[in-house]
Design a protein around this ligand. Structure first.
Ligand code: ARG
Length: 584
């Protein structure tokens, strides 16, 4: 466990509770929390308040007993008891200075590996073939990538899985339509996704209107599922086309290691999924469809809601596929399954998890989590659309962000009379894509948010460019000091005499807490807030405390603070999937 003040103090408070009130007492939670007001110290323990309720005693008296038993040296100053029954703790500056000293040169800035590494499958992105990725897939990709990065840093064995929608009735319809209108430059290899999407719209309209077409489409699905070579060839071509287009988005985003394992992968396992559910007596046939009813799930009318695992026509569906995928992931040793999918699918995942538990495919100890997120809206709070009313293509959205970032970088340099960076295209990509990602990850993921290029590319506020520019400025100071290649071995100890130094140090030592919290609740906005607070504290420090102009040993001490700040920003942004640049 990371040697953060909170972890250390929590252990001490735990010991003190045992010493003062006995071992057999149920340990109250939380033991130690950060305070919101510096007048109450840096941390406080509300334990006496909780105990007062259970024991029916005065909280103040219990707080005094607790404080008497509490040994917080050398982390914090002697505890202070305040009414009605809090024990406040103030970090000792010598301890902080020593701790910051330990973090110098530590790439992980005090984040320790998880005590029990597991195999973690993160299912994210999940675009659908023959349809362009939409902003929901963008959110899934950005959030999922960050979830995977955090798990990986904590030492887990992470598998990044792209559950591509590459199977289903839409292919029958597409292929039947292609039968009539001829191939889409398939032979010449010249079809593109825009054409396929148009085709999809046409096919959809025919499917809705024309019974004979519907029949033919169904036959094509059956042929596809039966492995008919001709139909499979067209299907593979459609999948390839879509994936090539999606790859352009992944490349721009810098998303790597995401393995496509589409719905078709699980096709051979579907029959067994249903057969095993039947053998376990979990299936009820309702109107020809094979259903599993799950306690607690009802429809709008309050009637029991089933998970349909096989349709009346014999076809399997999205639900069956997710059951098969979950089962195979667990069989292959996954200890944790994470699904990063929009909140609209919450009920789907809750039911899939419940059915998997009933079937014994999700054993106790294997954790399955739906990491749900809200919508991305256009300015004005409406759905994101182009002027012509089409949905926005992700490549276009990212391109626009990069172009705007380019103007932003050039204008800023000109305003300050600095040279425009020579690699301005690369800078624009890093800043533009970083801005899009950060704008997403800094929101509480469950809420909807309005996409605003102006806001995400501002240097005033909690944005990626603000942090990236702060990082580049710190790197330039380190460069000037000759610290950019590594930190000198014979550094003098860190000195924290100025309030701004102390304040910055207090932020720098808690990264381990923040990362372990994000690893548990998948709320990256806490990490963003932390990075923003670090950058702001650094800004205050830099305003008040000269670095390069200070005499030794102060100069080295302040360079150490710069170094740990830069490492924190680099690590934190890296976990969010955002790159940093040494010069902007
Ligand atoms: N293709 C799905 C969609 O666009 C997302 C897939 C999510 N992952 C999963 N295992 N169901 O809605």
């Amino acid at each position: 466990m990371a040697a953060t003040p909170q972890n250390l103090l929590r252990a001490r408070v735990g010991e003190a509770v045992a010493a003062a009130f006995g071992d057999d007492l149920e340990m109250p939670e939380p033991l130690v929390v950060p305070t919101s007001d510096a007048r109450h110290g840096d941390y406080t323990t509300p334990v006496a308040m909780t105990l007062a309720r259970t024991l029916g005693r005065s909280p103040y008296e219990l707080a005094q007993r607790l404080a008497a038993a509490l040994q917080v040296e050398p982390v914090a100053d002697p505890p202070e008891v305040v009414r009605p029954g809090f024990v406040n703790l103030r970090l000792h500056s010598a301890w902080l200075a020593q701790r910051v000293g330990e973090l110098v040169g530590d790439e992980c800035v005090g984040v320790d590996p998880a005590p029990a590494p597991a195999r973690v499958v993160v299912d994210y992105s999940g675009p659908n073939v023959a349809k362009a990725m939409h902003v929901g897939h963008l959110r899934s990709t950005i959030i999922g990538d960050s979830v995977a990065n955090v798990a990986e840093l904590l030492g887990h064995e992470v598998e990044r899985v792209n559950h591509v929608g590459d199977w289903g009735t839409q292919f029958g319809m597409l292929i039947a339509h292609l039968d009539d209108r001829g191939p889409l430059g398939e032979e010449a290899g010249s079809g593109d996704l825009a054409q396929v999407e148009a085709l999809y719209r046409e096919a959809n309209a025919r499917f809705a209107a024309d019974e004979a077409f519907r029949e033919r489409a169904r036959r094509r699905v059956v042929e596809l599922q039966a492995g008919d070579a001709g139909v499979q060839k067209i299907w593979r071509w459609l999948v390839g086309l879509s994936m090539a287009e999606n790859q352009a988005v992944y490349d721009l985003l810098g998303v790597r290691g995401l393995v496509a394992r589409g719905e078709s992968t699980y096709q051979p396992m579907l029959a067994k999924v249903v057969a095993d559910l039947e053998a376990a007596n979990l299936v009820v046939v309702d109107d020809g469809a094979k259903c599993v009813f799950v306690d607690g799930f009802t429809n709008a009318e309050g009637e029991p809601l089933p998970l349909i695992v096989q349709k009346a026509d014999g076809g399997y569906n999205y639900e069956t596929t997710d059951l098969a995928a979950l089962r195979s992931r667990v069989e292959q040793g996954a200890g944790r399954l994470v699904y990063v999918v929009d909140a609209g699918q919450s009920q789907h995942f809750q039911m899939v998890f419940a059915v998997a538990r009933m079937a014994g495919w999700l054993p106790e100890g294997v954790e399955a989590t739906h990491v749900a997120f809200g919508l991305v809206l256009g300015e004005g709070g409406r759905r994101l659309r182009t002027r012509s009313g089409d949905s926005v293509r992700l490549v276009d959205l990212l391109d626009e962000a990069v172009q705007r970032a380019r103007r932003f970088v050039v204008e800023r340099a000109e305003e300050r009379g600095e040279a425009v960076p020579g690699d301005v295209d690369e800078v624009a990509r890093v800043v533009g894509v970083g801005a899009v990602k950060y704008a997403d990850l800094s929101q509480h993921r469950q809420s909807n948010y309005v996409l605003s290029f102006d806001r995400m590319l501002s240097l005033k506020g909690n944005t990626a460019p603000y942090l990236q520019y702060a990082y580049a400025r710190i790197r330039s100071i380190l460069r000037e000091a000759g610290w950019d290649g590594g930190v000198p071995d014979d550094r003098p100890p860190v000195i924290l005499d100025e309030p701004q130094e102390l304040d910055l140090a207090k932020r720098l030592v808690v990264t381990g807490d923040v990362v372990s919290r994000v690893a548990e609740d998948y709320l990256s906005n806490h990490l963003c807030t932390h990075l923003f607070e670090v950058a702001q504290a650094y800004h205050q420090f830099y305003e008040h405390c000269p670095v390069l102009r200070s005499p030794e040993p102060l100069r080295s001490s302040r360079l150490a603070l710069c170094e740990v700040t830069a490492a924190t920003l680099r690590l934190g942004l890296g976990l969010l999937g955002i790159e940093v640049l040494d010069r902007i």
